[in-house]
Design a protein around this ligand. Structure first.
Ligand SMILES: *[C@@H]1O[C@H](CO)[C@@H](O)[C@H](O)[C@H]1NC(C)=O
Ligand SMILES: [Fe+2]
Length: 449
């Protein structure tokens, strides 16, 4: 294909996307030619660290108006966050707790977290950690109503491409980042978790980063390190004990944003999910408590994709899909975002392997930039349910515009430019009469025992 005809094709895809919401029968494999891979970044150190210096700061949403601040100091330091709306002035404070962990010969720094609030929506707060005057951080709280802007990207790692992806995300005006697993690619080397914390701090201290686990978080070694998720659970504590339906487990949880207009399910691909397990029962309770007359959009994140036409990781999400797909369709979940496969792919609305106007849109967005490189081999011919696929690094943006419309955009890292390579409107299934025949009973429609 010539360059101009591939340009024309890209424009056609964009136009078709904009017009028809979801181009059902247009299966596109992008002809894009990628730039070369980039090596892992050198281990990021903290040069000004005097042992008390807060580092690896990140924040996460807790309930409608609170935020958890998590940070690490090398030495003992108080687990206090002081904050306010004026730089340099911290009239408010909250004290949390401190944990540490050991992993083989590695001993972590002091991992602190404190929950601050109540906070005003859409407001910039300035804060410092452990009363340390050397570093002031700031974040903006998410809005309490729509519109709401998510960035979604998985499988970050810490290579030159990760840095490029982070630069593009930093240029986006977003409210919260959703990460469907595979954060640091530390792969047992615990100092790489510290390095990752330093790499993402500029972004993750300024906007909530909501994560769920991937296979690279497991870090289990038979006999010597039998407990999985040791570093992940210690460093990336999420609000599993908050919200309408607490899960009680850091490996899966849910939360609301925009005053309850959007409900986000962070599911766990590497903990039990079969019928009767704790995660399954929690998901049933959680979905039954969502009132779709008030909640315009429900989105779910998993690590291993339930739909995937890349040759990499074929079938790895099938068992979880078999267990949970019916629950998600029953609750009219609007979209499912996955990582794991290091490429981008967007499917039509699907259920049970087939197109279904009342099933979720499935998207693979495992293209943050990690050291394992891209998954470039696809199954041919492209299945008709696969609308667009391309093996490039990049990130996605989901802007929930109002109660009926959300705009999904995939930004490819093209050398160091962010280029929009796929875009589509996703409409709320709660607002689709054909998917909600029994309106009065919408909240529990099709969720069976
Ligand atoms: C919601 O947003 C879409 C896309 O911008 C627009 O077409 C539609 O009219 C909006 N709906 C309302 C009720 O404003
Ligand atoms: Fe993975």
């Amino acid at each position: 294909m010539t360059r101009s005809s591939s340009m024309a094709l890209a424009l056609l895809v964009l136009a078709a996307s904009a017009l028809s919401l979801l181009p059902a029968s247009l299966a596109v494999t992008s002809p894009y030619v990628r730039p070369a891979t980039r090596p892992t970044l050198p281990l990021l150190q903290d040069d000004d660290d005097d042992g008390q210096t807060p580092q690896q700061v990140h924040i996460s949403i807790v309930g409608p108006d609170k935020m958890r601040v998590t940070w690490i100091t090398d030495d003992d330091a108080p687990a206090i966050v002081e904050y306010g709306t004026t730089p340099g002035q911290y009239p408010l404070s909250a004290t949390g707790s401190t944990t540490t962990y050991s992993y083989l010969l590695y001993h972590s720094g002091k991992i602190h977290d404190a929950v601050i609030g109540p906070l005003q929506p859409s407001t910039t707060y300035y804060y410092r950690c452990s009363s340390n005057p050397s570093r002031e951080f700031s974040f903006r709280t998410p809005p309490a109503t729509l519109p709401f802007k998510f960035v979604i990207v998985g499988d970050f790692g810490q290579t030159g491409w990760t840095a490029s992806t982070l630069k593009h995300i930093a240029a986006a005006d977003y409210d919260a980042l959703l990460l469907p697993g595979d954060l640091s690619y530390a792969d047992l080397i615990q100092t790489r978790w510290d390095s990752f914390g330093r790499l993402v701090q500029p972004l993750a201290s300024a906007r909530p980063w909501m994560v769920t686990e991937g296979n690279h978080e497991i870090e289990k070694i038979p006999v010597v390190q039998p407990e999985p998720f040791r570093a992940y659970n210690a460093r990336w504590r999420m609000p599993y004990d908050a919200g309408a339906t607490p899960s009680g487990d850091n490996l899966y949880y849910s939360f609301d944003v925009a005053g309850g207009a959007v409900h986000v399910l962070m599911l766990g691909s590497y903990t039990d999910y079969a019928a009767g397990t704790a995660q399954y029962q929690w998901l049933r309770r959680d979905l039954a408590a969502v009132d779709r007359r008030k909640t315009a959009f429900v989105v779910a994140l998993v690590h291993a994709p339930w739909y995937n036409s890349n040759r990499a990781h074929q079938g790895e999400g099938d068992a979880m899909r078999g267990a949970m797909e019916e629950l998600l369709r029953g609750a009219r979940v609007d979209a499912v975002f996955a990582g794991h496969v290091h490429a981008y792919e967007r499917f039509a609305r699907v259920y049970g392997g087939k197109e279904d106007p009342c099933g979720p849109v499935h998207v693979t967005i495992g293209d943050g930039g990690n050291r394992e490189g891209l998954a470039e081999k696809y199954i041919d011919p492209q299945p008709s349910i696969s609308a667009f696929r391309e093996a490039s690094f990049g990130h996605g943006r989901l802007e929930v515009v109002n109660a009926t419309h959300a705009l999904w955009t995939w930004h490819r890292n093209d050398d160091d430019q962010a280029v929009v390579a796929d875009q589509v409107w996703i409409t709320s299934l709660a607002a689709n009469p054909a998917c909600n025949k029994n309106k009065n009973n919408m909240r529990t429609v099709n969720i069976q025992n």
